[in-house]
Design a protein around this ligand. Structure first.
Ligand SMILES: *[C@@H]1O[C@H](CO)[C@@H](O)[C@H](O)[C@H]1NC(C)=O
Ligand SMILES: *[C@@H]1O[C@H](CO)[C@@H](O)[C@H](O)[C@H]1NC(C)=O
Ligand SMILES: *[C@@H]1O[C@H](CO)[C@@H](O)[C@H](O)[C@H]1NC(C)=O
Ligand SMILES: *[C@@H]1O[C@H](CO)[C@@H](O)[C@H](O)[C@H]1NC(C)=O
Length: 352
């Protein structure tokens, strides 16, 4: 019996060895400065700013249309980490794989209900309970590695919130467990891929606080929106659920959306004076310890982005306008040059 027990040790070690060892750049750590623009395509004909942001979160399909952006960024910012955002939970006509994949007769049936049944009926929830559905999304991860991204930011991994209480909002009656399985599979795949810089392809958690504790050891960073809820609704604040990432030396990129960062009377435009005093203070207040309650953004990489429209309009704009919290009120506003005319250009590569 004893020898049998001893025998089991190499088996266990072998099991651990199968999980890919994740290697990452030394500067990919908590509090690293970042920028995100997934609304419009970066303009490589203009001066790049901010050049001290070491992590850039850009849209995968913008980069598939304009792969030269990757070399442009690497030329301006040595050791930049490029995170490629894609919609993991849904497919829509502007995606580079819409025609080649989702419109194929054999795959059409994997698309469920629309994300927004009133305004945009063509962005449809993928059946991530079906292995084929998962495998088709894995192709997007592979494209990211092929293009030269350092990581991926798969969005909309919280479809289960639409299916709670017996509802069927995605069309697939999903549970948190379904999405944990889905994202874990994407992570396993990402970690077996090598980036052009020789590290593991990193993968992050986008929101979905209900499954944060299940994914902290599986993923490499997090991207959060509105985790403070601007201190309006404590019950909906969820920053602290992601403190496990910080403890594990994984960065948490956090976005708050103050309405006053928008130039009044101008849709989507940046007020270069930054958010007003009250909103800046509420959004940027930093917890000095990880135990600060639901709002704890201790060591988060915190930025402000525009919330467009009036207070009750939830439209958030991840465009070039950013205010960096560390700089102080009225300061730290940067407008990264973008060119929206490029957003719909022909895809030079497609997920396959
Ligand atoms: C998953 O989707 C594929 C493609 O639509 C289909 O052929 C297959 O039967 C589905 N599998 C299950 C278990 O429903
Ligand atoms: C969810 O609703 C759709 C109708 O929109 C239906 O086709 C589908 O069968 C439902 N799914 C489940 C799992 O009940
Ligand atoms: C997530 O982890 C918690 C324990 O922290 C567990 O109770 C729960 O079942 C897990 N959920 C999923 C979806 O894996
Ligand atoms: C810009 O922000 C400043 C400070 O919050 C504010 O006083 C000013 O009215 C704003 N301007 C516009 C055009 O929104």
């Amino acid at each position: 019996m004893k020898s049998a027990t001893l025998f089991s040790i190499p088996v266990v070690l072998h099991g651990i060895g199968v999980v890919a060892q994740v290697t990452k750049p030394a500067n990919f750590v908590p509090e690293v400065k970042w920028q995100i623009d997934i609304l419009n395509t970066l303009d490589t004909t203009k001066t790049l700013t901010p050049t001290d942001a070491l992590v850039w979160d850009l849209d995968l399909f913008h980069l598939a249309r304009h792969p030269e952006i990757i070399d442009f960024l690497r030329g301006k910012i040595p050791n930049v980490n490029i995170i490629c955002y894609f919609n993991a939970g849904l497919a829509q006509p502007s995606d580079c794989d819409w025609d080649s994949t989702w419109q194929k007769p054999e795959f059409k049936g994997l698309l469920g209900k629309p994300y927004d049944p009133e305004q945009f009926t063509e962005e449809l929830w993928v059946n991530i309970k079906n292995q084929t559905g998962i495998d088709l999304i894995k192709r997007r991860v592979r494209l990211a590695a092929d293009l030269g991204c350092d990581g991926v930011d798969p969005d909309n991994i919280d479809g289960y919130t639409n299916d709670m209480n017996g509802e069927n909002g995605t069309g697939w009656k999903t549970t948190p467990q379904d999405y944990v399985n889905f994202v874990t599979q994407l992570a396993t795949q990402a970690h077996t891929l090598k980036t052009k810089r020789g590290f593991s392809l990193l993968i992050g958690q986008k929101n979905a606080p209900e499954i944060a504790r299940n994914l902290t050891s599986v993923l490499d960073f997090a991207v959060l929106e509105d985790c403070k809820n601007l201190r309006n609704e404590a019950s909906r604040a969820f920053c602290a659920d992601f403190q496990g990432y910080i403890t594990a030396n994984k960065p948490v990129f956090s976005i708050e959306y103050p309405t006053s960062l928008r130039k009044q009377g101008a849709a989507q435009q940046c007020n270069t004076s930054g958010a007003n005093t009250a909103q800046y203070t509420n959004s940027c207040a930093v917890d000095s310890a990880p135990t600060g309650g639901k709002y704890s953004n201790y060591k988060f990489s915190e930025i402000l982005k525009i919330r467009d429209g009036p207070n009750d309009d939830p439209a958030a704009e991840l465009n070039g306008c950013t205010q960096y919290c560390g700089a102080g009120q009225g300061k730290g506003v940067v407008v990264t040059a973008v060119n929206e005319d490029l957003d719909g250009d022909v895809c030079k590569s497609v997920p396959k």
